[in-house]
Ligand binder design. Sequence first.
Ligand SMILES: [Zn+2]
Length: 258
Amino acid sequence: MSEPNAPGSACTCGECFEGWLSPRMRERLEYSAELRYGLAKALLDTQDGVPDDITNTLPIDYAQIDIAFYYLPPALRAKISTSPPETQSDADASSSTGDAIYRGYIAAFQVALELATSPGEGAKHRSFPTVSYIAKRLSELRPDSSTPSNSEPEPALDATAREHLAAFLDAGGSAQYALDCIVDRAREELSPLGRLYDAEKEYIDAVLDGSDGEPRGACANDLDFARVREKLGLPAETRGVDVPLDDGDHLDPLSDEE
Ligand SMILES: [Zn+2]
């Protein structure tokens, strides 16, 4: 066993980034980001393949299909939600704005994932993107950004995605919500602490060995999500407390409270 690589570190593997982010935890977080973005991207691609006249009569309810929705504050959920509009023209306006905000939220996941997987920080002893780091990149990716960022590898957002990102940020969106979702879903779905872990356990254990197939050693930090949240700049409590555990039962009308 190596000596701790940071003062006060609980690391028992000697491999943790700055003594707190273990290789297994990092795999969980990266895989969680992949899952969230991959799912949302697949849903949006499907929707984009549907003819316009069908999407107009059956607007997609993102609250029903993507649990990432539940990591947003109520005010932002209400802007995305395709709740019953008063007139048809309101329907067009609100659903298109809500759609752009949701797509901008998903663009934030894409940026987080690309930052997490970008090479150059060293293959093994890597950190994970923090709230402030992702927020900085999101701000740079706005179409109206005055900050040139061509000195660093750029997440590949096209012009439309950057417009959506701006809509998300202007509506009160933040990198924090996407990262909260990534970390909390990693806990719920990819760790033994989660309620959704058992069914996929075998799958998860394979994932934790890493994409290179090299086993990741166990560490006392492997399940310390509280420490990870603190280090990544997240609040101690997740917003994802309303995530439905099954279909339908918890999809109550949204409150206006913040
Ligand atoms: Zn360790």
